[in-house]
Ligand binder design. Structure first.
Ligand SMILES: Cc1ncc(COP(=O)(O)O)c(C=O)c1O
Length: 444
């Protein structure tokens, strides 16, 4: 297969016809990052209904971390489908659920002994983590951060930071939520250009919040993303993350690491907090867990999760047999791909370094492992975000056969999240297209 292969305009005639249905029946409020209408996908490729083949650096927003339709995942799903589709874990237990929670507890950096239960979406996992923390602590307060994204349900939208489009007009004001600054090294909220200093001031804000916003004993949890995903692929300084753990320990507050975007190999480790040498009290996971089948998990300290009375948590579909079987197969493939992801990281670091040296408009490139991003600015001195250029680059890349998506409060960050097991030649090809797309966008 020649890749990428763009043989029609994008969208092509068949895609345009199907998009008519979207226009007519799908509400406008759902993002439409690309006009691609997919027929099938395999590994790092997406093939549209007009026969165009794209390299996928978006992975369905950090979901297909080991590529599309991995063979072993497909086989596990088919095998499971032939035997059992549903009982509901409340009604009768089944092996894939039980083996999966055992596996999750063994691979997740949470304090021991641990337990886990399964849900359907990332937002549902975050809702549950907060609900459990509040119950355990008999406290209401939840500390969250600027640049955070935790979901679109009523509570998680309140925890989320970016006002437009996620909160605007939805009255996202759940009580008990306290938001504090997040140390964004490239745009430190305190004006510092020193990462360490930025982290220390952010931690000082946290200590002060216990005097000025909410007392520690009325605080249930601190929830944070180890890399702020939707917020712009912001990697906080290690001092900050370690400091969160220390503060949580000092006051007995539950530390929730939201690993929904960062988990399952996205950062080159199974979970991102491993890079920071901490364990959380609760980890929320979803997205890449089952290669695209819907499932999420709350993994946490057994004493915390076991504090809930019978019937207080769970749901009809959470951890359904198909998704659980897919998750078990996915996790074992991710474990087998972590070594290769180091090579992917090396190539990305080298190539993004070259791109940074070549284009002044690339103000920053950053990330953990193969979870990378570039931030576009008008000039490196002012660091003024350049959103329009970012949009043009994404468009130019797509027309050349590379799927990219954006992130960031200012919409000026491009995420680069190929499968962690991507063939290095395909990765290089995708990065060539990125380079060409930046040059083309600057000519426009
Ligand atoms: C860190 C984080 N938390 C929570 C969510 C919400 O997950 P979902 O869209 O599955 O509800 C997301 C989704 O992007 C996320 O990145």
């Amino acid at each position: 297969m020649q890749v990428p292969l763009i043989k029609t305009e994008v969208p092509g005639p068949k895609s345009r016809a199907l998009l008519e249905l979207r226009r007519k029946y799908v509400p406008k409020g759902l993002f439409e990052f690309t006009p691609v209408v997919v027929d099938r996908a395999e590994g790092p490729y997406v093939i549209d209904v007009d026969g165009n083949v794209y390299i996928d650096f978006a992975t369905g927003i950090a979901v297909t971390n080991i590529g599309h339709v991995p063979k072993k995942v497909y086989e596990a799903v088919v095998e499971q489908a032939s035997r059992l589709l549903h009982t509901c874990i409340h009604v009768a237990s089944y092996e894939s659920y039980l083996k999966l929670v055992e596996k999750l507890v063994s691979i997740t950096p949470v304090r021991r002994p641990g337990k886990a239960y399964l849900l359907n979406s990332g937002a549902e996992a975050v809702e549950n983590a907060v609900k459990v923390a509040r119950y355990f602590r008999k406290a209401m307060g939840i500390i969250t951060f600027e640049y955070a994204f935790h979901g679109r349900t009523l509570l998680t939208m309140s925890l989320t930071s970016k006002v437009y489009p996620y909160k605007y007009g939805f009255y996202a004001y759940s009580p008990g939520v306290v938001r504090l600054p997040y140390p964004y090294p490239y745009r430190c909220p305190f004006g510092s250009r020193d990462e360490e200093e930025c982290a220390i001031i952010a931690l000082d804000f946290l200590e002060r919040a216990f005097k000025t916003y909410v007392s520690p004993d009325e605080t249930a949890a601190i929830i944070f993303e180890p890399v702020a995903g939707e917020g712009g692929y912001i990697v906080p300084p290690k001092t900050f993350v370690k400091g969160l753990r220390e503060v949580a320990d000092k006051y007995g507050v539950i530390l929730i690491a939201d690993e929904i975007q960062t988990g399952f190999g996205r950062t080159g480790r199974m979970f991102a907090i491993e890079h920071f040498d901490i364990e959380a009290d609760i980890v929320t996971a979803a997205k890449a867990m089952a290669s695209g089948l819907p499932i999420s998990a709350v993994i946490g300290r057994a004493d915390v999760l076991d504090s809930i009375h019978v019937g207080g948590i769970g749901g009809t579909f959470g951890g359904n047999p198909l998704s659980a079987a897919a998750a078990l197969a996915t996790i074992s493939e991710i474990e087998a791909s972590l070594d290769h992801s180091k090579l992917v990281t090396e190539v990305m670091d080298r190539r993004l370094g070259e791109i940074y040296d070549k284009y002044d408009v690339v103000g920053d490139f950053r990330g953990l492992g193969p979870m990378k991003a570039i931030e576009l600015v008008k000039d490196r001195g002012s660091r003024e975000p350049w959103r329009e250029l970012c949009d043009r680059i994404v468009r130019e890349a797509l027309s050349r056969g590379l799927i990219l998506i954006k992130a960031g409060i200012y919409g000026n960050v491009i995420r680069l999240i190929p499968p962690i097991n991507i063939d290095i030649n395909v990765l290089e090809k995708g990065l060539d297209i990125l380079d060409e797309a930046i040059a083309a966008a600057l000519r426009e």
